[in-house]
Design a protein around this ligand. Structure first.
Ligand code: SF4
Length: 303
């Protein structure tokens, strides 16, 4: 993977980053003029496909067929990199079902300086896929909602199979656990954190269930239990929470002056850029590129 230094200017300061060493420094004594701010969000997520072989009841991924265009993806990655984006996270649906995943990760690793991550349910991480992505990815997020029977009732796959695949994954890259919190999974959270530590996860990301269509999302009682649990958490595994809940929980520490579309945006598998992956409205990326689509999105949102 290319070892090039990354630079970003924003209201938070000047950010220096090297994905290969993890060097990550914000020089906040220097506050660049807005004329020099990087035009891309700090982080971007891209859905490669809507397809998934599982059917979790709270899934918010669109269910109609759509696969991202490979040539467009390559152009967007270059544009994002040139405009100061520091990290790209591939997801879906299930990104390991994207036919050109290996070529895409290889391109991103060779042609950009962004940190490359992927979120997966983990059950497609065959030896072939793992050897194809080895060396071209910095971090993998594995979804693990509940443990044992809870996990199996949600995901319809054996929990021990997930653990076996993660065991192989950790031979090739760092990984973290993504955990959807709802009334079903909350009770398993302490055990899930213990297992995540034991299997070598680098971090644990809490994702309070978001409301989608007919599903109301996490209920107030469970949210209260989660907040109390976070306040009492004393474990050594670094704990984070989704950005949408960061406003009132102390486990997430975003850059306070880099918010909204300056911090993050999502591109769905049809090429529509949005404020997040739960949002239904956005702006389609035309030939004029991502920065132009972002400007239109900001205008539409009145920001
Ligand atoms: S694994 Fe992810 S993409 Fe697939 S159905 Fe479950 S939540 Fe949706």
């Amino acid at each position: 993977m290319g070892n090039k230094f990354k630079f970003r200017a924003s209201p938070a300061g000047v950010h220096l980053f090297d994905r290969s060493t993890g060097f990550n420094v914000l020089i906040d004594e220097i506050r660049p003029s807005s004329l020099f701010w990087s035009k891309a969000p700090r982080q971007i997520s891209i859905a490669l496909t809507n397809a998934c072989d599982l059917s979790c009841h709270y899934c918010y991924a669109p269910k109609h067929y759509s696969v991202a265009n490979f040539e467009s993806l390559k152009k967007w990655l270059i544009e994002l990199d040139e405009n100061g984006c520091m990290g790209v996270g591939f997801g879906g649906g299930e990104p390991t079902l994207y036919p050109k995943l290996q070529e895409l990760l290889s391109f991103a690793a060779k042609e950009t300086r962004m940190a490359i991550t992927m979120t997966t349910h983990g059950h497609q991480l065959s030896d072939r896929i793992l050897s194809g992505i080895a060396g071209n990815i910095n971090f993998v997020r594995v979804s693990m909602d509940g443990v044992g029977e809870t996990y199996e009732s949600i995901r319809g796959r054996a929990f021990c199979d997930l653990l076996k695949r993660v065991e192989k994954l950790k031979q090739i890259t760092l990984f973290g656990i993504n955990y959807v919190v709802n009334s079903q999974t909350m009770k398993d959270l302490p055990k899930a954190v213990e297992i995540a530590s034991d299997i070598g996860a680098s971090e644990f990301l809490l994702l309070p269930e978001e409301p989608v269509k007919l599903m109301p999302g996490i209920d107030e009682g469970t949210m209260r239990i989660l907040i109390e649990w976070i306040e009492n958490y004393k474990g050594s595994l670094p704990m984070f929470i989704s950005e949408s809940r960061a406003g009132f929980l102390s486990t997430c520490d975003p850059l306070k002056s880099e918010t909204a579309l300056m911090a993050y945006a999502h591109i769905d598998a049809e090429g529509c850029i949005k404020i997040n992956s739960y949002e239904s409205q956005g702006v389609f990326i035309e030939k004029t590129g991502i920065v132009d689509a972002l400007q239109k999105l900001k205008f539409n949102l009145g920001k």
